[in-house]
Design a protein around this ligand. Structure first.
Ligand code: C2E
Ligand code: CA
Ligand code: CA
Ligand code: CA
Length: 279
């Protein structure tokens, strides 16, 4: 038994070593990928279902990995968050989205809003507001076109420095959306204190609409609350016409999901934006 125990322990420790080595390798690869410009943005339309207009796009990071192909954020964001690499990576995303938004603005095809996901560590960087304003000016993107998507954890921690930062950015024209709404502990008191203009209903609720009575109930309650607080709502992850119809019945007009379009490379998104104007 003693020997088995020792073997198990050995296997366990080898496994941990293996994991640590893999993690370090991934960290290094992210660093190299940043230097080589392997991170790109895809864009997913946000649609007003009343008239099918594209009212916004969400920028989503992809990694064009030299060996592994196109990787989604789940393959690198967690390690980027833990290692602090999310700061340069997030900056790259903001920079690319502002450049793209400004180019679309000059071409007269920009959607009203361009949403970018923001990590808490980015917002906690000293001088984030100043840096972002400089970035907008550098690219020539109107601040009022930019939406920063924040997660509940960040917003709910009640840090007055964060709240002050959000108010400064809002005064400069930037909009805020609360992402993945409903899965954490959002307090309405906080929502009222912060300059948040919209909520994004987490896609897990949308998927459960017809299987889980709780999900339908929560979704309806979120929509009612948002109406009372004067907040816009975007439903995420809408995949079927039945989900769209349920949400519209419940009073939600603005949606995002595979039913409308998957996230697309910038050039494809641009074609969509031009086609929409021609109609
Ligand atoms: P998110 O902000 O909740 O983004 C929405 C995710 O839902 C995207 O996953 C999108 O591809 C996916 N999605 C869209 N429509 C549907 C649908 O109809 N069904 C389903 N099942 N999924 C749908 P993606 O691109 O894999 O991104 C995952 C997460 O990575 C994002 O979740 C966001 O939290 C994070 N992320 C992406 N880009 C950035 C970034 O630039 N900075 C930071 N900090 N996080 C990012
Ligand atoms: Ca995905
Ligand atoms: Ca988001
Ligand atoms: Ca989300």
């Amino acid at each position: 038994a003693k020997e088995r125990g020792r073997n198990n322990w050995q296997m366990y420790s080898e496994d941990l070593t293996h994991q640590a080595v893999e993690r370090l390798k991934l960290e290094n690869d992210i660093r190299k990928g940043l230097e080589r410009g392997e991170f790109v943005l895809h864009y997913q339309p946000i649609v007003d279902t009343a008239d099918s207009r594209i009212v916004g796009v969400e920028a989503l990071l992809r990694w064009q990995h030299p060996e592994r192909g196109l990787l989604e954020p789940s393959a690198f964001i967690p390690v980027a968050e833990e290692s602090g690499l999310i700061i340069p990576l997030g900056h790259r995303a903001l920079d690319a989205a502002c450049a793209q938004g400004a180019a679309w603005q000059r071409a007269g095809i920009a959607p009203a809003r361009i949403a970018v996901n923001l990590s808490g560590s980015q917002l906690r960087m000293p001088d984030f507001t100043h840096g972002l304003m400089a970035l907008l000016a550098h690219h020539g993107l109107d601040a009022g076109r930019l939406v920063l998507e924040l997660t509940e954890g960040l917003v709910m921690d009640g840090d007055p420095a964060i709240a002050a930062e959000l108010h400064r950015l809002r005064a400069a024209g930037v909009h805020f959306a609360l992402d993945d709404f409903g899965i954490g502990y959002s307090s309405i008191a906080h929502l009222k204190r912060l300059p948040i203009g919209s909520l994004k209903i987490d896609r897990s609720f949308v998927h459960g609409l017809f299987d889980n009575p709780n999900d339908a109930g929560i979704t309806t309650a979120i929509l009612a609350m948002a109406r009372h607080l004067g907040l816009d709502v975007v439903a995420e992850g809408v995949e079927t016409a039945a989900e769209r119809d349920f949400l519209r019945e419940a009073g939600c007009r603005t949606m995002q999901g595979y039913l409308f379009s998957p996230p697309r490379p910038a050039a494809e998104m641009e074609t969509l934006l031009r086609d929409a104007l021609r109609e």
